[in-house]
Every structure is written in structure tokens, then in C-alpha cells.
Design a protein around this ligand. Structure first.
Ligand code: PGA
Length: 253
């Protein structure tokens, strides 16, 4: 069975003591998670070590970075390389979040480089994709998102592709309180799984985790995660509230 994942994306929020309190509250709850269910907490870079320390010994919980550089090393002030994350024993990194695409102009080609470096350094990329509202209004969302995958991921060998986690996050649903309906999420996830099958075959397509992101909260997680091709969620706002995120973790199937 493919992995079911509840991933928190804190973005640039919380001070360090708030961050530690939140994690302590989340891990003190009891969960009946099985081996195929994992929880990721994507924290700002400076918090990685402290939060990793708090999660130690808890096999279902892992820290995740929110980004990595598209270059190996060198004169890139302010950047953090995949290798540096690997040296900290970080195992996951979000790549291509729409905020990175829109605010920092990261294009599909740059994201392909990030994906390569992440994989070379043994990080699992949580690769984000998703369309803007105009694209959906034009009913072009399937082609648009499919193209994001093709341009950033389809150069990978089957072995490398099988390590990727995909997060479908329609931009119009991020931080807006407007969630895609569970049917809209399922429709896109199913489409992406078919596209992956066309390139890598049914075994890899069936074992690729595809998360939904965009205003996931305690009240809608169970319904969205219940869909056949939805393997959990990437959660922004609601992941900053302990009870919300605990309920979201408990909504994994
Ligand atoms: P949201 O953010 O849950 O606040 O909509 C999701 C994300 O940006 O990953």
C-alpha cells in the first residue's frame, strides 16, 4: 500500500517557543498510525534541528525542509543546499510550492534541478503542483498540472521517480478557505496517476503518494482523504493549531 501522509507546512510562522510547544502538543496525543502512515512537519530552516530533536524516537514523525537550493554549493547568499539538509539527517523537502513559484519565480526547469539535487542527497521531494483560478476557469487544469510534472519530474529514471511524493495544491484553494471539493481533488489525482502510469507503468503509478493541499482542515480532511487517489494532505494554516492538525492526522486512511 502506498504511504498516507499528513504534512504540516508552517511556512514562515511561529517563534521558536511556539514551535516547540505546538510540536510537543501534537506528539503528546495518541495515534493508531500504521507503518504506511507518516507525519511530516515542514519547519523554517533555523528550527530543523530543534524540532528534529523533539521528534526523536517517534518513528511516524519526521521534519521536512520547505525548500532547497537549485545549485550544489558556492556563492549563493541566503541559500541552503540539499547536501546541507542531508548532513542534518533531514529526509524530506518541499519543492515547488506555489508561493516559491509565484513570489520567487521558480520555474519548472529550476524545480527539476532542485528535484535532482534532493534525490542525489537522499531527500524525498514533496513536489507541489497546481493551477491558478484562471486556468481552472478555462478548464485547462489537467494539461497545466500534467505539464508541471512532465517538465520537472519526467526526466527521472523510474527508480528515482518512485521516491517522489506529489502534492496537488490548486492555487485558488491555498490560504483562501476555499477548498477543492473532494471530487475535484479525486479527479485531478486520478488524472495525474494516469499520466504517471503512461510514463512509468502501473506499479510505480499505483505506489506514488499524491497529497491534496489547499485549505485542508479538521472538518474536511476525512472526506478529502477518503477518496481513492488522495493519499493525505499538505496543510498550511490548520497545521499551526494543535487540535486541528491532530484531527487531520487522525483522518488519514
Ligand atoms: P493552506 O496552505 O492549508 O493554508 O491552504 C496549504 C499549503 O500552502 O501548503
Amino acid at each position: 500500500m502506498r504511504k498516507q501522509i499528513a504534512a504540516a507546512n508552517w511556512k514562515m510562522n511561529l517563534n521558536l517557543s511556539e514551535a516547540k510547544n505546538l510540536v510537543n502538543e501534537i506528539i503528546s496525543s495518541s495515534y493508531g498510525l500504521n507503518n504506511d502512515q507518516i507525519v511530516l512537519i515542514a519547519v523554517p530552516f533555523p528550527y530543523l534541528i530543534e524540532i528534529q530533536h523533539l521528534l526523536k524516537g517517534n518513528s511516524h514523525f519526521n521534519v521536512c525542509a520547505q525548500n532547497c537550493a537549485s545549485t550544489c554549493n558556492g556563492a549563493y547568499t541566503g541559500e541552503v543546499s540539499a547536501k546541507m539538509l542531508n548532513e542534518l539527517n533531514v529526509n524530506y523537502v518541499i519543492i515547488g510550492h506555489s508561493e516559491r513559484r509565484l513570489l520567487y519565480h521558480e520555474d519548472n526547469k529550476t524545480l527539476a534541478q532542485k528535484v535532482d539535487l534532493a534525490l542525489e542527497n537522499k531527500l524525498t521531494p514533496i513536489f507541489c503542483c497546481g493551477e491558478a483560478l484562471e486556468t481552472r476557469d478555462d478548464e485547462n487544469q489537467n494539461n497545466f498540472v500534467e505539464n508541471q510534472l512532465k517538465e520537472s519530474l519526467f526526466h527521472l529514471s523510474a527508480e528515482h521517480f518512485s521516491k517522489i511524493v506529489i502534492a496537488y495544491e490548486p492555487i485558488w484553494a491555498i490560504g483562501t478557505g476555499k477548498t477543492a471539493s473532494s471530487d475535484q481533488a479525486q479527479e485531478m489525482h486520478k488524472h495525474l496517476r494516469k499520466v504517471i502510469e503512461g510514463k512509468y507503468g502501473v506499479a510505480i503509478s499505483e505506489s506514488t503518494s499524491i497529497l491534496y493541499g489547499g485549505s485542508v482542515k479538521a472538518s474536511n480532511a476525512k472526506e478529502i482523504f477518503s477518496k481513492a487517489d488522495v493519499d493525505g494532505g499538505l496543510v498550511g494554516g490548520a497545521s499551526l493549531i494543535a487540535n486541528e492538525f491532530i484531527a487531520i492526522i487522525n483522518s488519514l486512511k
